[in-house]
Design a protein. Structure first.
Length: 144
């Protein structure tokens, strides 16, 4: 057990260290065409390919939400985005002529609920259209 202590300490540091999130993996090949994958190519092999395991940066997804109080579709939109873990920039258009004009400019009509995802407007509550637009914007369920 005494011999394993340094390895346990190193393993613990690797798990807890945020800098270990990126690592290079090399595809190595020897003179006989045998391929291996390692963080460093062994002697007698050459690097064929290099990959990084660094996580992709999350794309920035901006969501503006035009709504009025006591709107069933608006509540469905809120629930949908809450389940996705995405924040909404809520804009109550009731009794707000400036926001109503803004909504008409971005969506082409005065209709609620309207969601604008990275400048693409969607009117009404349509989960399939929302999923498709979020996919196009680079949103991944596992990324949250």
């Amino acid at each position: 057990m005494k011999n394993f202590t340094p390895y346990l300490v190193i393993a613990g540091l690797l798990v807890l260290s945020p800098q270990v999130s990126a690592m290079k993996i090399f595809k190595c090949e020897d003179e006989h065409g045998r391929v291996s994958f390692a963080d460093k190519c062994p002697d007698g092999t050459t690097i064929v390919e290099e990959k990084s395991t660094k996580e992709k940066e999350k794309p920035e997804i901006n969501v503006a939400f035009y709504f009025v109080p006591k709107c069933r579709g608006c509540n469905e939109i809120r629930n949908y985005f809450s389940e996705k873990g995405l924040e909404l920039e809520e804009k109550n258009v009731r009794d707000n002529p400036e926001l109503q004009d803004e909504l008409v400019k971005v969506a082409g009509k005065l209709s609620v609920p309207t969601v604008v995802i990275n400048e693409k407007p969607l009117s009404g509550y349509d989960p399939e259209a929302l999923d498709k637009t979020l996919d196009e914007a680079g949103y991944e369920e596992s990324a949250r």
